[in-house]
Ligand binder design. Structure first.
Ligand SMILES: C[S@@+](CC[C@H](N)C(=O)[O-])C[C@H]1O[C@@H](n2cnc3c(N)ncnc32)[C@H](O)[C@@H]1O
Length: 494
């Protein structure tokens, strides 16, 4: 049924936003009400409600049911993910954390428990399964469990099927795809049953449902990965979830969040593990426990993502055939780029719509298409740094780090006070190991941020406040290698 567009009052939108943050966790401040209304319209159609006004009234009439939460989360969450996303934290998991767990458990129960919380379509959980397959010397002698949960049943169905398009492998070495997947119809890839069976997918609302419970297997975790989930939550709900994870972890257990999700206050119960370029925290309730167990700094010989190291559990002959295999099916950008004819239509579309289209495509993982929309937006308004920032974000997702750096520099040229561009440049430099430059950009961002009220929302930031970004940056700075006492204090002054 087609639902009519109805203007919703600020009061109603504010009540809806509160209801969603309370029961799903997601943060929709006033600046993001346009996104909220867009998602609501799609949900209204799915609920078969006559219009969005009736739909909001119906949603607010009682606590949300599980069905309502499922539909709303389907239309309001961002499900963007891919295999081996944020490789830095997975490298640390494989090279430091898992070996230390293997050492500690070898003579006890030989049990390892992982949880991918907010797993979306499953790429993160399967990445853990693949790296465990490479790192554990005798898998048959270990009891390994990987739980993967999400609030959106549609992504969970896809995760269980384990079939992916080439786009999910955009940052994965070809040899990994060749080794762990079989090509299926329509240029898709199906994960091997042996890896799929290592992961259990289930529905779980991080805000509402019970966890740290043996009944749904959410107890005694060694490692929780909750990456790129809490950044969409209100700070209060994020804190609640992070504190809840603490009870789920075993003593000495690890919590891995997204690289930009670090915070001084949110993780106050945890000890920062101190791995530069990754946001990893540890539960150390017992003062006797060393903060980070000393682990050999050498990369684990069986696990090097960038080099096709011989898989541990293949016979030598098999292994040689595997390494020699030509990479198959790389992404064909022409397939996902917007047809040229469509571009002529955009003359009639507003600039903001071009940027919105870019965002929409990027959120759905159609990055080549997103770049085309973004370039149209830039062409329509050459002096707007925001479109260049958006382009940089997409280029970064595509792994085109040099282009992303260039776009950010162009954005700063247009607006030297563009805080998010300084912050993004800092992050880019951090990823590339250029610590001195990273520090400089973070310092610039802090200086600009400190001129603004903490509660202000940063433009183009999807709801990030000034105070929250100050917190994120001050959390990142101590992780940079110390350079002659030039660190800033909390206010950003040296
Ligand atoms: C951007 S994806 C992150 C996927 C993966 N962790 C990664 O880093 O690539 C965010 C996921 O969080 C899920 N999510 C959002 N709110 C949630 C909640 N309250 N409980 C559980 N999952 C939630 C969304 O459905 C979405 O699949």
């Amino acid at each position: 049924m087609q639902s009519a567009h109805i203007h919703l009052s600020d009061t109603l939108l504010s009540e809806l936003s509160d209801c969603i943050s309370e029961q799903i966790g997601l943060y929709f401040p006033k600046k993001r009400w346009a996104d909220l209304e867009r998602g609501l319209e799609a949900a209204t159609r799915q609920f078969d409600q006559p219009d969005s006004l009736s739909c909001v009234r119906w949603l607010l009439s009682a606590p949300l049911s599980r069905d309502q939460i499922e539909v709303l989360s389907r239309h309001l969450t961002v499900g963007e993910t891919y295999f081996f996303r944020e490789k830095r934290s997975l490298d640390i998991l494989a090279e430091q954390i898992i070996p230390s767990l293997l050492n500690a458990r070898a003579s006890t129960d030989r049990r390892l428990r992982f949880w991918s919380a907010g797993c979306s379509t499953g790429e993160e959980a399967y990445s853990i399964a693949m790296l465990l397959d490479r790192v554990i010397p005798r898998p048959d002698q270990w009891a390994v469990s990987i739980l993967a949960t999400d609030i959106n049943p549609v992504v969970l169905r896809k995760a269980r099927a384990g079939v992916y398009s080439a786009w999910s492998f955009r940052d994965t070495p070809d040899w990994m795809r060749t080794h762990y997947f079989a090509r299926t119809k329509g240029d898709h890839y199906e994960i091997h049953a042996r890896i799929r069976e290592l992961v259990t997918f289930s529905y779980l609302n991080l805000v509402d449902d019970a966890y740290s419970s043996i009944t749904n297997n959410t107890h005694a975790m060694d490692v929780i990965l909750c990456r790129n989930v809490l950044m969409y939550f209100t700070p209060a709900q994020a804190k609640k979830v992070i504190d809840h994870f603490y009870d789920v972890l075993v003593e000495g257990g690890w919590l891995i969040v997204g690289a930009v999700e670090t915070s001084l206050t949110l993780f106050s119960r945890y000890t920062a593990a101190g791995f530069p370029g990754a946001a990893i925290y540890r539960k150390c309730a017992n003062a006797e426990l060393p903060t980070v167990q000393p682990v050999d700094e050498q990369p684990h010989p069986a696990y090097q993502l960038d080099e096709p190291a011989l898989p541990r559990n293949l016979l030598a002959a098999e292994a040689l055939a595997f390494v020699d295999a030509p990479p198959d099916g790389s992404i064909d950008p022409a397939r996902s780029v917007l047809p040229v004819a469509d571009l002529f239509m955009v003359g009639a579309v507003q600039r903001e719509d071009l940027a919105q289209q870019a965002l929409l495509c990027a959120n759905e993982g159609r990055h080549d298409e997103a770049v085309v929309w973004c370039e149209q937006a830039i062409a329509s308004d050459k002096f707007n740094p925001v479109y260049l920032y958006l382009l940089a974000t997409i280029q970064q997702e595509q792994g085109q780090y040099d282009s992303a750096l260039e776009s950010l520099m162009r954005a700063l040229y247009l607006d030297p006070d563009f805080v998010l561009a300084h912050f993004a440049l800092g992050n880019q430099c951090l990823q590339l190991g250029r610590h001195a430059e990273a520090e400089r950009y973070f310092r610039n961002a802090l200086m600009l941020l400190n001129r603004q009220p903490r509660d202000d929302l940063l433009p183009s930031s999807d709801g990030l406040t000034v105070g929250r970004l100050i917190e994120i940056i001050t959390g990142l700075l101590p992780e940079l290698p110390h350079r002659g006492g030039r660190y800033m204090n909390m206010s950003g002054t040296p």
